[in-house]
Design a protein around this ligand. Structure first.
Ligand code: ADP
Length: 488
């Protein structure tokens, strides 16, 4: 007899294609379709930021509260591009100018309240269900914004199992203990084994302590997180859960219904077996940015412009790459200093360096399709998606050997080129005594320029990269197995 599909409530601060600032949204938006064939139906609870209710169109109220942390709130159910959404409509928290987390470059001052409210509602729905009598078998909480879901459930004595996924441990949801009452958290649990974190409270830590299980988004990042260099103060909690077998890394995949060069409406279609039109996409990208046809490879960069992403390493290494015949197109936004530095680079090499500051999803597709290389020199990278898009679209990744970058890109060493297992270029492998610095990046770029000159070798490597398994099939199965273990 067929069993009824199991239900998972996914709680997150963003979800593509509705609202995205980074990889978290891609993952939250892609998992439901990957889990459905495995018997898991997902509903996604996220905030109704300004304009989202209008964007989704018809919605229906399925939950209400007259006083959700200082104002009335409702949850509205809507479906959007195949996603089953629960939108938390709390105008006093989410209907305001700015992005989901910041306004005019500063955090919203009440972010801890806003996302505690999201978590509170997630926990209520898990325990009591919605008015349409929907109750999850399991809650999947994402990052610090949903970190308090497991805690609220634990304090209410609920036994609904919870999984916390850490997409980036650098963001921890930290606030002062004077706020505990306001967030309906018990002061008696403010101690190092629970809510306390270096004298403050961290919602991410709370989730890591209270969730039934913890995952992160790649096996290497899971290992790195147990070290002081990568754990950002939470390495002890990571180590203790890992040692008990309660924390693992599961790689992200990409949503191939959106990210497939053969069907992507933003590009001239091509594929691993018929890659001809890749050249057209390349020409169009060069033309769009007014760049000359380079002798060497055309590299693309799509990123938040932050220290984590190694933008300073790019600024240092790119002049030599351009002098060696390469060209670059950069799309990103973030720290003003990096925006300025990239502007200077583009001004210095107007025919070889293109720059677009801002966030532009269609352009990102055209860049992966037109690029020969995608550069990802991150200092740390939980999983990283841009290198996966690069693989799929035949823009060979040049990556720092860390986190998910290390798990998904096979460096083009002579041996791997010979046996056909290479898919890109990596530098700074710490286990080989390497460091993630501009010298390492420059060396990797030099190898890419050299290989590009050998047309046949390049095309073989590219075909191999485009066939690398980057979709969700393997990882969704791992999530489904973990879910099943938790509800048993
Ligand atoms: P992170 O989540 O740390 O920013 P990921 O590599 O996991 O890094 O995910 C980044 C996602 O955001 C990718 O889908 C990438 O294409 C997209 N992205 C980043 N910056 C931009 C931008 N300026 N315009 C369009 N898409 C962007």
């Amino acid at each position: 007899m067929a069993r009824r599909p199991r239900r998972v409530l996914s709680v997150a601060s963003e979800c593509a294609p509705l609202l995205k600032t980074g990889g978290l949204a891609d993952v939250v938006g892609a998992l439901p379709a990957a889990l459905a064939p495995l018997g898991w139906r997902s509903r996604i609870l996220m905030p109704a930021y300004r304009g989202l209710l209008e964007q989704v169109g018809r919605s229906r109220r399925v939950w209400r509260d007259d006083d959700l942390f200082g104002g009335p709130a409702a949850v509205r159910s809507a479906s959007y591009r195949g996603l089953d959404l629960l939108l938390l409509d709390a105008p006093h928290l989410f209907d305001r100018p700015g992005g989901p987390y910041t306004v005019d470059g500063h955090d919203h001052p009440d972010n801890h309240v806003r996302f505690a409210a999201l978590s509170w509602v997630g926990a209520r729905i898990a325990m009591h269900g919605t008015v349409d009598r929907w109750r999850p078998d399991l809650v999947h909480a994402h990052d610090w914004q949903a970190g308090l879901v497991p805690s609220y459930l634990a304090y209410a004595g609920s036994e609904v199992p919870t999984l916390l996924t850490i997409h980036n441990i650098a963001f921890q949801g930290v606030f002062g203990p004077d706020q505990l009452d306001r967030l309906r958290l018990p002061t008696w649990d403010f101690h190092p084994e629970a809510l306390e974190y270096h004298g403050l409270v961290s919602t991410l830590k709370a989730g890591m302590v209270h969730a039934s299980r913890v995952t992160t988004v790649s096996p290497t990042y899971a290992e790195e997180l147990a070290t002081p260099e990568f754990g950002f103060g939470l390495e002890g909690v990571v180590a203790s859960r890992r040692d008990r077998g309660e924390m693992v890394g599961i790689l992200n995949g990409i949503d191939t219904s959106v990210w497939d060069p053969a069907t992507d409406p933003h590009v001239v279609p091509f594929s691993a077996s018929a890659p001809g039109a890749k050249a057209e996409n390349r020409r169009a990208l060069l033309a769009e940015f007014g760049l000359d046809e380079p002798n060497g490879p055309l590299a693309v960069v799509v990123t938040r412009l932050t220290h984590q992403k190694g933008v300073d390493l790019l600024l240092e290494a790119l002049p030599a790459f351009v002098e060696a015949g390469g060209a670059v197109v950069v799309l990103g936004s973030g720290d003003a200093g990096y925006e300025y530095g990239l502007g200077e680079l583009a001004a210095r090499y107007p025919r070889s360096v293109g720059l677009r500051l801002g966030y532009d999803e269609p352009l990102s597709h055209r860049m992966y399709a037109g690029g020969d290389l995608v550069l990802v020199p991150s200092r740390f990278e939980p999983c990283g998606l841009t290198q996966l898009y690069g693989l799929r679209y035949g823009a060979l990744p040049v990556v720092a050997s860390t986190g998910g970058l290390r798990d998904t890109v096979a460096d083009a060493t002579p041996e791997r080129l010979a046996d056909g297992s290479a898919t890109g270029f990596a530098f700074g492998d710490p286990t080989q005594g390497g460091a993630i610095d501009a010298g390492g990046l420059g060396f990797a770029l030099g190898r890419a320029v050299d290989l590009y000159a050998d047309r046949d070798a390049w095309l073989r490597l590219r075909a191999r990269a485009m066939r690398a398994p980057v979709d969700w099939s393997t990882s969704a199965t791992r999530y489904a197995e973990l879910f099943a273990e938790l509800v048993r």
